[in-house]
Design a protein around this ligand. Sequence first.
Ligand code: IPM
Ligand code: MN
Length: 352
Amino acid sequence: MYKIAVIGGDGTGPEVVAEALKVLDAVARRRNIAYETHAFDFGGDRYLRTGEALPSSAVEDLRGFDAVLLGAIGHPDVKPGILEKGILLRLRFELDQYINLRPVKLYPGVTGPLADKGPEDIDFVVVRENTEGLYCGMGGIQKLGTPDEVAIQVSVNTRKGVERCIRYAFEACRARGKRKRLLLCAKTNVLTYAHDLWERVFHEVAARYRDVETDYAHVDATCMWMTLQPERFDVIVTDNMFGDIITDLGAAIQGGLGIAAGGNINPDPDGVSMFEPIGGSAPKYKGKNMINPLAAISSVDMMLRHLGEVAAGKSIEAAIMRVTERKLKSLAAGRMGYTTTQVGDLVCEALA
Ligand code: IPM
Ligand code: MN
């Protein structure tokens, strides 16, 4: 019996999570997967009501689950940073979800922005470090608001943190079994301390994975190749900040944030991982039944595979592909040709 924590969160989060749960229910019935869900009301509304982003018991409570399904965090009435740091980053850090796994895959029938690229060209995975780098929150401001103001934001890169991320990426690349090529994306020509560590550790770990080919590109060049020759990529490993940036570009070339999902993974057997559509809370579409739920549905696919229910996950992906290929006019909110709930229904029907 899987215990799934569900955080609908802000904006359109609850709407897309409802569709994701509908698909989870349909798959679980077909495949006799026993699960129970427990909803948590973390998000902007709760913060505005109580003044705390997460109750003190939240992290301990979530540790008791097999996985977390998250909708979106971000509220127009809450200053940027409070909920992101107080909920999303705090959960990633405290649950030690040190991998952010983001597949970039163009599904059939989807018109992406790259005119001459099809599904055979856009199919790679980004392994983003998820607990260190510029996201650590270290630094400060002195002489605030004066002409002498100093702002420092530190990037933390530990050998342990870098190594476990790179090792995971090699394993993922091997398990994926496609081109078996792992590319390190960094900026070794400028970040001569932090990314020197990344580069050294990358080669050290590579020695234990002789079957995986290694490659390197600076982050700026990576962005260029992602648009010009996405077929070059198999698995990319990178730090937290660069991973954040290149995965929005990745989402764009796979048809937009409506389809892009990610997993915040703690690979430890007892670790609790959290799966989310990466698109954010899209407040302007809230309550309109217009947003695309496929990214949230795809995060259920990732969650099931992570839990070991690989066939169930694959069946969701196959259903999503049937829907993108045969039904949807576009992946964009309001232009799909169907409502949010109808898209959820279409995926359930396509599971057959
Ligand atoms: C993401 C988001 C978050 C990040 C924000 C909301 C803190 O952009 O999941 O990519 O930067 O990691
Ligand atoms: Mn992001």
